[in-house]
Design a protein around this ligand. Structure first.
Ligand code: CTP
Length: 421
């Protein structure tokens, strides 16, 4: 998960350095954004060294036209890939700007451009904190859903005592965790996910496979589990770790994957088929290593089972099926064809030849094709973010389905109770 940490200009700015560490220990990737005033208190270099990422400073930094453009686009990119915006310490000034929608630097622009949840940990002089203007701004922000980590009382740098000290690291972290945990909107779902490549053995030492890394499927599994779904991951061979809260079954060939899917699908309410399943396997898998000969050899291949099609054919009305389509040409046309022929509710298509898309990269560029004729194209996004978008659509389809008449909804609930968890 990605957190953007906004650091504003206060004596407590140095405490944000420790906060970067603590967030990293919690497995968050931290992108630091500093205001001009913050840089009077601590250097960007400190944060760059700690976070391992370039620190973003000004929106209009650099003196060339290109630098401006790059920076302007960057804030949108940062806004899109942020799971949470945390501002610590937050000055009275930044609270005022957030409250009133003033966007005159990178951080304030990011605040407006981002739809991610926001946590602010204010730190300031006690009179500034108590001032009606600050309190009014805090109220505006709180009403808007911004989580506020109230400052501690104590001896302040200005020599006064009272509320104004930046809250403790643990308190700030607790607020972050709480905000990220609130979106548990998939608790009613049990989702089967296939991921990774398959290996089709030629002989005891050789196999046919493909370039899938499993990243997309694992990202969906991780996001779904975080959002409260029960997740069963059927995975081909990958180098990836099992996401927290996910039950994983390892398989090797398309045949094994099919068997595992058949075994687990009955207890699932939806399925996401992200695996790059081999379409063919060697007709004969030799028991001994095939020896080198003089002439050329011909491999006879036979088709594997189309797991998605087999499963979707039998699906009950309430089950939602998401498939992927890896294409190298005519993406829309091929994806629509797959949507129909495979009886899926949604096909997530990508052109695997595009830059920043497809196999073994952390980003992807996708278009979602729906059974109702709609399609949605997304810009290049991290796979973790795409996973969230796909799950959002799953929920949307679920809601539409439930709205589609009481009978189906009643039947759905009754059936789903059978495999309640
Ligand atoms: N799929 C599957 N079992 C297979 C082949 C594909 O379950 N034997 C699933 C994939 O997980 C994916 C979808 O079907 O969700 C489409 O996979 P893709 O490889 O793009 O399509 P194919 O059906 O194999 O068609 P083609 O290779 O001709 O493009």
């Amino acid at each position: 998960m990605r957190i953007t940490l906004g650091v504003t200009g206060g004596v407590a700015a140095y405490k944000a350095a420790e906060l970067v560490r603590r967030l990293q220990q919690d497995n968050f990737t931290v992108q630091v954004v500093m205001t001009r005033a913050a840089r009077e208190f601590i250097t960007p270099l400190t944060f760059a060294a700690l976070s391992g990422q370039k620190v973003i400073t000004d929106l209009f930094a650099g003196d060339s036209q290109d630098a401006n453009l790059e920076s302007a686009i960057e804030h949108i990119a940062v806004a899109q890939r942020t799971d949470l915006l945390l501002v610590a310490p937050a000055t009275a000034d930044i609270l005022a700007k957030f409250a009133r929608g003033i966007a005159d630097d990178f951080l304030t622009t990011l605040y407006l451009a981002s739809t991610a949840p926001v946590v602010v940990a204010p730190a300031m002089n006690v009179n500034m904190w108590n001032h009606a203007a600050t309190q009014e701004n805090l109220k505006l922000l709180r009403d808007r859903g911004v989580a506020i980590v109230a400052p501690d009382e104590g001896y302040l740098a200005c020599g006064m005592t009272g509320p104004g000290r930046l809250a403790g690291q643990e308190e700030i972290l607790a607020a972050v965790r709480q905000v990220l945990r609130t979106k548990r909107d998939l608790e009613a779902e049990t989702i089967l996910i296939t991921a990774g490549p398959t290996r089709e053995d030629l002989d005891p030492v050789r196999y046919l496979t493909n370039r899938s890394s499993g990243k997309m499927g694992y990202a969906v599994a991780e996001a779904a589990a975080r959002r409260g779904a029960k997740v069963i991951l059927v995975s081909g061979p990958t180098a990836l770790e099992t996401p927290e809260g996910v039950t994983r079954f390892d398989v090797r060939s398309a045949e094994e994957m099919y068997a595992a899917v058949l075994a687990h699908f009955p207890k699932c309410s939806s399925a996401v088929f992200a695996a790059a399943v081999a379409d063919y396997r060697p007709a004969i898998s030799a028991l001994q290593k095939i020896k080198r000969g003089k002439g050329s050899i011909t491999l006879e291949l036979q088709p594997t089972v189309d797991i998605l099609s087999m499963v979707a054919r039998e699906k009950k009305a309430f089950r939602l099926i998401v498939g992927f389509a890896a294409e190298t040409e005519n993406v829309a046309q091929n994806a629509r064809k797959k949507l129909e022929s495979k009886n899926a509710d949604l096909i997530v298509a990508n052109d695997v030849t595009a830059q920043g898309a497809g196999f073994d990269v952390d980003t992807n560029i996708i278009t979602m094709f729906f059974a109702d004729g709609r399609d949605v194209t997304l810009p290049k996004l991290p796979k973790a973010e795409l996973a969230q978008r796909i799950l959002d659509e799953l929920l949307r389809m679920r809601a539409a389905q439930e709205k589609n008449g009481l009978e189906l909804a009643a039947g759905f609930h009754a059936t789903r109770k059978e495999f309640s968890h």
